[in-house]
Design a binder for this molecule. Structure first.
Ligand SMILES: Nc1ncnc2c1ncn2[C@@H]1O[C@H](COP(=O)(O)OP(=O)(O)O)[C@@H](O)[C@H]1O
Ligand SMILES: Nc1ccn([C@@H]2O[C@H](COP(=O)(O)O)[C@@H](O)[C@H]2O)c(=O)n1
Length: 285
């Protein structure tokens, strides 16, 4: 054990006598989180109480929405990196795209991938409900080049402390949205999103520039205005500039950790949380 960790243990043990009542973390954390959520100016560090209350050891569910190429995946990766002491699973809404039929494939230029009906939301809901109740799930694998799902392989996902659900329309369906304990919207300038999309779709997805621009004007932009932007109002936290915004990401991670450490039935103790605040790595019991 490092010198820093052992001295924190010493301080906590010393404080655990008659004075310990002043250090009850559950009370401290709930009062901190309720005070931050009451003021609109502090919304960036509040956590939604909209989902049903967490039961012991139930995973913390985070929804991350925003326009295509806004930086959702990048923000999720940064959160996951910082939560390295915990079991975190990332679920992409993209994995639940319906595979196109032969007739749809023949007229792919006319297919709207940005409409809510393009996703199998029933299956996505089933996935989040199972993961939330601690069961494993086999997530489909979607191929953006063929517009089909892999018929014989899946990504096996196991029980975790935190579930992050990322996608353009994860706030659209109320039954999916209501499973979330925290909702984040990544807010990136429209020109930046389009520039990134052109690069990604031509370089990584092997698409023709004319297809990309036509799809953008016909489907992506209108669907952003009709479905994605209106769902921004459900967000608890709005991150301007996505992954560049380290301050917002640090605040979010801190808030998630305070919930993990104070959840009823948590495997962590108050000492763990104090260690974490002091920058000491905490190992799961
Ligand atoms: N802050 C950033 N600066 C530069 N490029 C970025 C930044 N964030 C994301 N990107 C790039 O933009 C593209 C889309 O980002 P991604 O995180 O996958 O967005 P989304 O998941 O919203 O589609 C990727 O190629 C990624 O590398
Ligand atoms: N076969 C497909 C499926 C989806 N798209 C586009 O992907 C975008 C959403 O993905 P992000 O990772 O950027 O959130 C969406 O705007 C769809 O138009 C596609 O082009 N082809």
């Amino acid at each position: 054990m490092s010198e820093q960790a052992s001295s924190i243990d010493y301080i906590m043990e010393k404080a655990s006598g008659p004075h310990f009542s002043g250090l009850r973390l559950n009370g401290l954390l709930s009062s901190l989180s309720s005070s931050s959520s009451t003021s609109p100016t502090h919304r960036t560090c509040s956590v939604s109480a909209s989902a049903s209350p967490l039961t012991p050891k139930q995973p913390f569910v985070i929804g991350v929405s925003g326009g295509a190429a806004s930086g959702k995946t990048t923000v999720c990766d940064m959160i996951i990196q910082q939560l390295h002491d915990h079991r975190v699973v990332l679920v992409n809404q993209d994995s639940f795209y319906r595979g196109l039929t032969t007739a749809e494939l023949e007229r792919v230029h006319e297919y709207n991938f940005d409409h809510p009906d393009a996703f199998d939301t029933e299956q996505l809901l089933d996935c989040i409900q199972k993961l939330r109740s601690g069961q494993p799930y086999q997530i489909p694998i979607y191929d953006f080049k063929t517009h089909l799902r892999c018929s014989d392989s899946f990504r096996q996902v196991n029980a975790s402390d935190v579930i992050i659900l990322e996608g353009i329309l994860v706030f659209h369906d109320p039954s999916v949205r209501n499973l979330m304990n925290m909702k984040i919207f990544v807010d990136t300038d429209v020109d930046v999103r389009l520039a990134r999309r052109i690069r990604r779709d031509t370089v990584e997805r092997g698409r023709d520039i004319n297809f990309v621009l036509e799809q953008y004007a016909k489907f992506v932009k209108p669907a952003f205005d009709d479905f994605v932007l209106p769902s921004k109002k459900y967000a608890d936290v709005i991150i301007p500039r996505g992954g560049e915004n380290h301050v917002a990401i640090d605040l979010i991670v801190h808030n998630i950790e305070s919930f993990i450490y104070s959840a009823p039935g948590s495997v962590y103790t108050g000492v763990d949380f104090c260690k974490k605040l002091c920058g000491v790595s905490v190992v799961r019991r």
